[in-house]
Design a protein. Structure first.
Length: 255
C-alpha cells in the first residue's frame, strides 16, 4: 500500500511537471518549424533575386521586397523559438548558448548548429540594414553566409528536435530541402558556362552535403535511442522515463 501510494504520488508530480512545460515545448517546436519554413522561403527568394527572374505580374522589385520581409519574419519567430526554449525548465538551455555555439549542456553539438545559424542570420540582417553605409564587398561577403545559415538550421532541427520522426515534421523538412536544392540547381544552371569551375564545385559540394546529411539522419535521429546519443543529460533521460505514462509493460514516452 505504501509503495502504491508513493508511485501514485510520483505520477501526480510528474504529470504536473509535464503539464506545466508542455505548452512551452509545443511553442518551441512550432516556432522552430515555422522559422525553418520562412528561412527556406527567404533563401529561395534570395536565389531567385540572384537569377534575376521576373515577369510583368511579378517584377524583381516585388521578389526583393518579399525576400526582405520574410527575413524579418524569420527573426521574429526565431526570437520566440529561443525565448520559449530558454524559459522552458525541462532542458538546460541558457542564454549563453543562444549566442555562443556548442556551449550548452543539452545536446551541445546539435543545439550549437542552431546557434551558428542564428548568429549568421543576425549578421546578414544587420549588414542588409546597413547596406548603404558599408562597402558592397563586405555586404556580399557576409551575405554569402546565408548559404551556411540554412543547412545549419536544418541540421539543428533534425538533431535537436524531439519530433523529428513525426511524418508531418519530417515531410516539412524534406520539402524545405527539396525547394532549396531545386532553386540551387536553377541558380547553377543560369548563365552556364560562365564561371563553370566554380559552379561545378558548388554543385558537387551541395550534393555531397545533401547525401551526408541524409545518411546521418537515417542512422542518427531517425533511429531509436537518439536522445541519449545526441547528448541529452542522463538526468533528463531518467526524468523523461519516470514521468512517461506507461502502457502496462513499463514503457512509455513523454513530449
Amino acid at each position: 500500500m505504501i509503495l502504491a501510494s508513493n508511485v501514485a504520488a510520483s505520477n501526480v508530480v510528474a504529470s504536473n511537471v509535464v503539464a506545466s512545460n508542455s505548452w512551452l515545448w509545443y511553442a518551441t517546436r512550432a516556432t522552430g518549424v515555422i522559422a525553418l519554413i520562412l528561412l527556406t522561403g527567404s533563401v529561395v527568394l534570395g536565389i531567385i533575386v540572384q537569377v534575376r527572374a521576373a515577369s510583368r505580374r511579378w517584377p524583381r522589385l516585388v521578389t526583393l521586397g518579399v525576400h526582405r520581409n520574410l527575413s524579418l519574419l524569420v527573426l521574429a519567430f526565431l526570437g520566440l523559438h529561443i525565448l520559449t526554449a530558454v524559459v522552458d525548465s525541462y532542458a538546460p538551455v541558457g542564454w549563453l548558448s543562444v549566442v555562443v555555439p556548442f556551449a550548452s549542456s543539452y545536446r551541445p553539438v546539435w543545439l550549437g548548429f542552431g546557434t551558428v545559424a542564428f548568429d549568421l542570420l543576425v549578421a546578414v540582417t544587420i549588414t542588409s540594414l546597413l547596406r548603404t553605409r558599408i562597402s558592397a564587398r563586405l555586404w556580399r561577403l557576409v551575405h554569402w553566409a546565408a548559404y551556411a545559415c540554412w543547412p545549419s538550421a536544418v541540421i539543428h532541427s533534425l538533431g535537436t528536435g524531439s519530433d523529428t520522426k513525426q511524418p508531418f515534421v519530417l515531410g516539412v523538412t524534406v520539402a524545405c530541402v527539396a525547394a532549396v536544392l531545386l532553386a540551387g540547381v536553377w541558380r547553377l544552371a543560369s548563365g552556364w558556362p560562365e564561371h563553370a569551375t566554380a559552379r561545378v564545385v558548388a554543385g558537387v559540394t551541395a550534393a555531397a552535403l545533401t547525401i551526408a546529411v541524409t545518411v546521418w539522419t537515417i542512422v542518427g535521429p531517425l533511429r531509436p535511442g537518439w536522445a541519449s546519443r545526441s547528448g541529452t543529460p542522463a538526468v533528463l533521460l531518467e526524468q523523461k522515463h519516470s514521468s512517461a505514462p506507461t502502457d502496462g509493460t513499463g514503457s512509455g514516452s513523454a513530449p
